[in-house]
Design a protein around this ligand. Structure first.
Ligand code: HEC
Length: 121
């Protein structure tokens, strides 16, 4: 009897706790997955401008023509956050013969660059 009563009591209580935890987790992770912060976009732009991306890519009217213009990549189909981060990490996995180098960015740099790439311009 006793264990059953304890379970009956702990069940709904635990469930509520888990649901509240999940809701809080979702709320806290929302800005990271949804709207990119202005700081992250600004940092991404700084990284982009300090690297050799424009040797090949045009961005906001300046740069090379050897690679796709990145200004409006956010309008392109299938260019999700995950896709861009994955591509930055290992361009050769996406195109075997690409001339795009592997930059060995940190996770944080990849995310900031991606926020910048996906920000409407
Ligand atoms: C030596 C030339 C070169 C440099 C430098 C270069 N890229 Fe690329 N990049 C390419 C080429 C070519 C492609 C298209 C083929 C492919 O997907 O790899 C490409 C593709 C991309 C794509 C996918 C575009 C699309 O819509 O398919 C992104 C995003 C990108 N580059 C970002 C960057 C960033 C950010 C930098 C700088 C950190 C950079 N690239 C530096 C040559 C370059």
């Amino acid at each position: 009897m006793v264990p059953i009563r304890i379970n009956a009591y702990a069940g709904p209580g635990r469930m509520l706790f888990i649901l509240l935890g999940a809701a809080l987790g979702l709320l806290l992770s929302w800005p990271a997955d949804g709207l990119a912060s202005k700081q992250s976009v600004a940092r991404g732009k700084k990284i982009f401008d300090s690297q050799i991306c424009r040797d090949c890519h045009t961005m906001e009217g300046r740069g090379g023509k050897a690679a796709p213009d990145l200004t409006e990549i956010w309008k392109k189909e299938k260019r999700t956050r995950d896709w861009i981060i994955g591509h930055l990490r290992n361009p050769h996995q996406y195109d075997h013969f690409t001339i795009m180098p592997d930059f060995h960015f940190s996770r944080e740099e990849e995310e900031a660059l991606t926020d910048y790439l996906l920000a409407p311009k």
